[in-house]
Design a protein around this ligand. Structure first.
Ligand code: HPA
Length: 274
């Protein structure tokens, strides 16, 4: 998309969202199973993605497609109930449009959540994993093309893709809540096929602890514009080939629902302590 057109799209969407829902300092992208965390917001207002000019519409099951904003622990927090994935056919400029919008709305801290397959054999479905770092195996990058200089530099540093202080805070909150928080590297595959067992063996050799189809483009674009990012995965299943059974979206959804209260409590603790 041409730079000027894309910039206009970002500003138009941000203006509409600000008029309907207001600004925010914290943003949360709710992955599969976490959608009802929006109920924690006080004085929430929301808008359907369909009504936001230029916004994509989420087609993935378990992703609702509404933007919420309200107050949580005295902070202005916006939440995306449903995100966009590259496998839905969206370009990465569309997948990450909401992150640009967040920047214009004043967001300083982005909390990204997702469902992921466990590659580390010490993990069990239902575990929560603090994302330490990522590996991008998609062959794509959302910053490809002319640099959006209003947002950030051409060659953004990714040494601290996930903010060290936010990670430390999250470890402490997990401890106080008696949550056995795992930690590891999230590896992005495009999907929509789940990985093959050979791909999972490769990912393990490369240093991955979990695999998934989201989060990395959002993280890259958020870091480009200087936001601090925290990423947490729900390990919904063991990755392909680790157990002698096929993977299914039903299993992913069921595990997400099973652990959603713990997941919520952790994120809530983080936001309270920001
Ligand atoms: N692979 C990719 N994405 C996923 C998985 C997986 O095993 N589980 C949940 N999302």
């Amino acid at each position: 998309m041409e730079l000027q057109v894309y910039m206009e799209k970002i500003h138009t969407a941000a203006k509409m969202i600000e008029e309907r829902c207001g600004t925010a300092e914290v943003a949360v992208i709710l992955g599969s199973g976490l959608g009802d965390y929006i109920n924690a917001l006080e004085d929430a207002t929301s808008v359907s993605y369909e009504d936001i000019p230029g916004f994509p519409v989420s087609t993935a099951p378990g992703h609702e497609g509404r933007w919420f904003c309200g107050t949580l622990h005295g902070k202005r927090v916006c939440m995306m109930q449903g995100r966009f994935h590259s496998y839905e056919g969206y370009g990465l400029d569309e997948v990450t449009l909401p992150i640009r919008v967040m920047k214009l709305l004043g967001v300083k801290t982005l909390i990204v959540t997702n469902a992921a397959g466990g590659v580390n054999a010490d993990f069990t479905p239902g575990d929560l994993m603090l994302i330490n770092d990522f590996i991008n195996l998609s062959g794509k990058n959302p910053l490809t093309g002319p640099n959006l200089g209003d947002f950030g530099v051409r060659f953004p540093d990714m040494t601290y893709a996930y903010n060290p202080e936010l990670k430390q805070k999250t470890r402490e909150i997990a401890k106080s809540l008696n949550i056995d928080l795992k930690e590891g590297v999230y590896c992005w595959f495009n999907g929509p096929t789940y990985e093959t067992p050979a791909e999972i063996r490769m990912a393990r050799v490369l240093g991955a602890d979990a695999v998934g189809m989201s989060t990395v483009p959002e993280t890259i674009v958020a870091r480009h514009s200087g936001m601090n990012v925290l990423g947490i995965s729900c390990i919904t299943n063991m990755a392909a080939g680790m157990l002698d059974q096929p993977l299914s979206h039903i299993e992913v959804m069921e595990t997400g629902i099973r652990v959603k209260n713990v997941f919520r409590a952790l994120i809530d603790g983080v936001i309270e302590n920001l």
